[in-house]
Write a protein that binds this ligand. Sequence first.
Ligand SMILES: [Zn+2]
Length: 449
Amino acid sequence: MSTIDTTDTSITFHGGVGSVTGANFLLEGVGYKLLVDCGMFQGTREAEAKNMETFPYDVTSVHFLCVTHSHMDHIGRIPLLMKAGFKGVIYSTPETRSIAELMLADAERIMQFNSRKTGKTPIYGSQDVHNAFVHWQTIPYHTPKKLTETLSVTLKDAGHILGSSMFEFACADSDGKTIKVLFTGDLGNSPSLLLPDTEFVTDVDYIVIDSVYGDRNHESKDQREDKFKDAILRAIKRKGTLIIPAFSLERTQTIIYQINNWVEEGIIPQIPVFIDSPLAISLTDIYERVTGLYNDDVQNDIAGGDKIFNFPKLKETVQSMDSKHIHTVADPKIIIAGSGMSTAGRVLHHEERYLPDENATVLLMGYQAPGTLGRDLQEGNKEVYIHDKKVKVRATIETINGYSAHKDSDHLVEFVEHANTGNLKKVFVVMGSQNLHFFLLKDFTMSLL
Ligand SMILES: [Zn+2]
């Protein structure tokens, strides 16, 4: 918990403190209470218990929930908030709302499935998910909206995933002074293949910044593209299967667009590529409908008539029968399937089939948490367990970190340096690492939570 230095406005941090998940921040001012994000705790044994805890504030008295973007660590507890009696209005960009509808429905479906298997009662139901969208309104980027007499908000492009936004609040205190508070949400790893760069923000008094990768730097754009291209070409030369365990949201679309460009430019030959995830396929439909929010290169491709998520021999496999049929397709081929850390989903049956194959490759393009199959493979284990069966690993395992959707240490520092134009008084660092290099910056107070 921490307050900012005015008599009337305060922020309380109810998640993302000493952890990279569970975003949930309460901003209180003259005549209003609002939340920024309401995410799941993920990745630890304690997380499940923490998700079930009662919210530590009076949910019924909160007027607004502002959603920065639709990753589950930012939206996953919204149905629980509805169940707890939230009666306010939810705000986000239109794209965040569309994506959140798919993500929360999918999470609810998985929870129901698991509950039938384990007998555990689901922590919320489909009605709670439905109720969230009854209360959910949208605000486009750069369109100031007055929420109360003392509070207005403007959304700016965070460049993290489609629709991701920073919320910049102008809060009037009772003495007539207005302070500006910026909640960044996750900030993008610009330059992104699909999205415009994160907007720089100036002229704010306080920043709450998400800092997942505050302790490391990523490969550059050129490095990541070279590594990815080489991995594909090697797999083709070996006449093997290339499996990419991928997150359904943004990562899959980035990979498809990247391969689309290389196939169309003749840099890689046309081989079968499968998107083997119903959620990723539905999310790609949303990405296909959006036209105005991509970076200039992508906009030019779209204006030139390119279907940016489609190319010869790309196949979407919705039905599980089609997914199983992939094994009968001759190599070389590429399979993009969830989950991104190989903890569940269709990627497991592909890994079970192809890990023992010395011509196969598994390409890890996202963070692999300790204790996951993805991490076991990354660490070079030669035997793993899938569906309780021992599986030998003879396939080549490769890792590329540069496609991360999060800013690295140097770029987080750069963002704050740009914002440090005179008014900035304090920066609260949430959802991040204790090793953050931010302390190199001076002239304002840092508060690492
Ligand atoms: Zn995120």
